[in-house]
Ligand binder design. Sequence first.
Ligand code: FAD
Ligand code: 2HG
Ligand code: ZN
Length: 515
Amino acid sequence: MLPRGLRQLSGLRRGTSSLGIRPPYLPRPSQSRGLAGTLPELTKDRYPHVKRGDYATLDGNHLKFFTGLLGENRVLTDPSECEGYNVDWIKNVRGYSQCVLKPKTTEEVSKILSFCNEHRIAVCPQGGNTGLVGGSVPVFDEVVLSTALMNEIISTDDTSGVLVCQAGCILETLDSHLAPHGLMMPLDLGAKGSCHIGGNVATNAGGLRLLRYGNLQGSVLGLEAVKANGEVLDCLSTLKKDNTGYHLKHLFIGSEGTLGVVTKVAIQCPPKPKSVNLAFLGLNSFDNVLKVVKKAKHELGEILSSCEMMDALTMDLVVSHLKLKCPLIEYPFYMLIETQGSNQNHDEEKIDRFLEVAMEEKLVLDGTATNEVSKMKNIWDIRERITEALNHDGYVFKYDISLPIENFYSLVPAMAERLGSDAKRVCGYGHLGDGNLHLNITVKEFTQDVLKKIEPFVYEFTSKLRGSISAEHGIGFRKPKYMHYSKSPASIQLMKQLKALMDPRNILNPYKVLP
Ligand code: FAD
Ligand code: 2HG
Ligand code: ZN
C-alpha cells in the first residue's frame, strides 16, 4: 500500500495538469533576443588578455576559393547572417567572424581545412552552437565551419543497433529516426532539439542517462575526422570490439574541435525500453537526498536509468520564468528518478515499493510517479529547461563540476555565503547519480568584481575535494587557464604535444581548451 502523499500525487497519472511544452528547437542566440543591444560584449573586449594569433585576415581571394568550392549560398558573409554563429547560446561570449562555411561532405571539409592550413586561416568548428563553455563560437574573426548541412543518416542496423551518420545530424532527429527500429540514442540532453551528434562527440556530452548508458567514449564505436591539414582519418569502425593498436577515436571524443573536425560517427544504440516510469520527489535535506540515491541504486538496480536533483531556488527559476508548474509544494530539494525496462508490471511494482519504503522512512516527504508519456514529459521539462530559465534571470556564471557524492552539494551554500548580495541567485542541480553538480550563479550584469569573487575560488574548492572542474561541458574558451586544477602538468604537457602533432599551425579552434 502506498503512503497517502504518494498515492494522492500519483493521481497525476490520470490527472489533466499541463505543465508546459519545451520548444522542439532551441533558438539561436540572435533569434531568441535578436537585438544588438542585448548581445554580450565582444570577447576581445571582455577578455583583453587574450590576444589574436598571427593568422591571416580573410581577403577576397580566400572568399573566392570558398565560394568556388561551396557556391555562394553556402558561404555566409552578411553580418546579420553571421551574427547567430558568433554568439554562444548563453550569451557569454561573442566573436566577429565575417565568414561562415557550410560544407555538405567530408571532401569539402577536407578541402576547406587544407586551404586554411596552407593560408593560416583560423577555423572554429561549430555544430548546433549549444555548448556552454564558449568553445563553439569564434573569439576573434576565425572562420566558422558549420556542420549544419552535414545531416545525412548513412545506415541503421536493427540487429547490432549501430547507427552511422554525418556529424551534423541533430540528436533529436536521430532519436526519432531510431524509434521505428526499436532503438534509441544512448544520450539525451535538454539541447537535443538543436545539438548535433558531432558536437556531442566533440564535447563528450553526458546528459540525463549517462548513469545507465555510459558516456560517448563507450558508445561511439568509430568516427571519421578531418585533420587540420585536410587529411581524412577513417576510424569509422562499427565493431564493438577492436583492439588493433591505439584507439584513435578517443583523441577526438571530447577534443572540442581542437584536434580535427568530426565528419561521421558510428554509434551503438540501445533498444528503446518497453516500460518507462518517472518519479518526482520532495525532500527536506541533502542528507536524505544521499540516502535516496543510494537506495535507488540498490533497490532499482538494473532498471534505474536516471537520477537527477535540483534545489528549491532552481525550481523557483523554471516556475517564475517559464511558468512551468511544480507538481509538489515547496521543498528544499527535489529528485527525479527514472526507470527503463522491459516489463511494465515488474518495473512499476519495483519503483512503487522503493518509493513506499523511502516515504515510510521519511526520506522522501512527498512525491508523484507516472508512466504516462505526456506527464513524464511535463516533469522532464522542469529539469531540461533549467538552462533556458537561467538565461531569463540575468547574466549567468555557469560551473559544471564533478564532486565526490558526499560533497556533491557543499559548494552551493559555500558560494552563496561568499557572494552574499552580490549574486541574484546561487543554485545547484544536476546529474546526482553521476556526481555531476551544475552550479549556476546569476547576477544583474557581468562585472569583473563578481567574477574575481567566484574564480578561482570555485576551482580551488573543487580541487581540494579532488573533483573535476569540468564534468561534461568541456573546457572551451572559459576554462583553459584553470585546467591545472584538475590535470597534472605532465598531462597538460602531453595534450600540448598532441595538439602540436595534429595541428602544427594551430588553426583549429585556437584560444580554446589548452592553457
Ligand atoms: P557546439 O556547441 O556547436 O560545439 C561545442 C564544441 O564542439 C565546440 O568546441 C566546437 O568547436 C566543437 N565541435 C562541434 N561540432 C564539431 C565537429 N563536428 N567536429 C569537431 N568539433 C566540433 N552537455 C552535456 O554534456 N550534458 C547535458 O545534459 C547538457 N545539457 C544541455 C542543455 C542545454 C539546454 C544546453 C543549451 C546545452 C547543454 N549541454 C549539455 C551542453 C552540450 O555541450 C551541448 O549541448 C552539446 O553536446 C554540444 O553540441 P553542439 O552540436 O551544439 O556543439
Ligand atoms: C544540464 O544538465 C546541462 O541541464 C546544462 O548540462 C547545465 O545549464 C547548466 O548549467
Ligand atoms: Zn548536465
